[in-house]
Design a protein around this ligand. Structure first.
Ligand code: NAP
Length: 281
């Protein structure tokens, strides 16, 4: 069994981005820019935004961070995102979710043009993914694909099972695996015989949001197991996979923390640079 080192992989990706941003600056005389919008004072969101902003500096990306108060109106939020959409110095826009309850997130996200949609959440980008066309792909599933690629996991013809069908992880994950010629099954809370479905997987991706949900009896010997889950139990981070038992059966497995988590910001920054390259060309 081998443990996938997401932290090391993410560090390598981030270091390489500096070269891409420097090349754009040299060729076009412009810096790559990411706008991050945080509305409200949710401490977890603030932490995520701080990490994203500090990642920008290292990758040579200029950050435009906008911290708006919890009582921001729908009109103010939409106006800010629209102004960022028409700002040439901004190549990517990220609105940190969740938003305060009085705001309509869908309408605010709809103000982000798909060419600056670095989260890959827009209907256009998800549509492109579904059609197998080039677009921008959601960071977490993109990070999983990058880990699988770097660890030389064969996907073509293999049976992949994704547990979870959220718009930000499970669904795009399944589409990416399908586009890579895997035979894909998507499981969710209504799936019958979940354990049997999982036990048939050559590649098992867990994105459920329940600590230690995937146990050894649900895993085939030699399977590749990817744990997207981030759950806090007694102040500790725990994945969706019961690492201690599942790692006895898997051939390759991601830990939590240090697996998929660090890849998400690395792929976000990659998406920003990709958007900038397309915009500048
Ligand atoms: P989500 O929106 O809550 O979706 C969870 C999915 O799991 C749903 O599709 C749900 O099915 C399914 N599910 C729930 N209970 C189940 C059960 N008993 N059996 C089978 N399926 C079940 O969560 P998410 O946003 O996709 O996130 C999933 C996990 O990944 C969370 O722990 C989250 O913190 C983590 N995450 C990590 C990163 C990262 O950077 N590593 C990024 C994003 C999310 P239904 O659709 O039927 O309800």
């Amino acid at each position: 069994m081998m443990v996938i080192d997401g932290k090391k992989t993410a560090t390598e990706i981030r270091a390489r981005l500096r070269g891409r941003t420097a090349a754009l600056e040299e060729k076009y005389g412009k810096k790559v820019g990411l706008a991050v919008v945080l509305i409200g004072d949710d401490p977890a969101s603030l932490g995520y935004v701080r990490n994203k902003v500090s990642g920008c500096e290292e990758a040579g990306v200029r950050d435009f961070a906008h911290y708006l108060p919890p009582d921001t109106t729908q009109a103010q939020a939409e106006e800010l995102v629209r102004s960022l959409a028409s700002d040439d110095a901004v190549h990517g826009i990220l609105v940190q979710l969740p938003l305060p309850k009085h705001l309509d997130a869908e309408r605010i996200l709809a103000c982000i043009p798909s060419s600056k949609d670095v989260d890959g959440f827009s209907a256009e980008n998800i549509g492109k993914l579904a059609l197998g066309e080039e677009g921008i792909v959601a960071c977490t599933p993109l990070g999983v694909m990058e880990l699988l690629r770097r660890y030389s996991v064969e996907l073509r013809g293999k049976r992949a099972v994704v547990v979870g069908r959220s718009n930000i992880v499970g669904r795009p994950m399944a589409l990416l695996l399908l586009n890579a010629d895997a035979t894909v099954t998507v499981c969710h809370s209504r799936t019958e015989n979940l354990a049997e479905e999982c036990a048939r997987a050559d590649i098992l991706v867990a994105a459920v949001g329940k600590p230690n949900f995937i146990t050894a009896d649900m895993v085939k010997d030699g399977a590749v197991v990817v744990d997207v889950g981030i759950n806090r139990v007694d102040g500790k981070l725990v994945g969706d996979v019961d690492f201690s038992s599942v790692s006895q059966k898997a051939s390759l497995i991601t830990p939590v923390p240090g697996g998929v988590g660090p890849m998400t910001i690395a792929m976000l920054l990659t998406n920003v640079v990709t958007c900038a390259e397309r915009a500048m060309k």
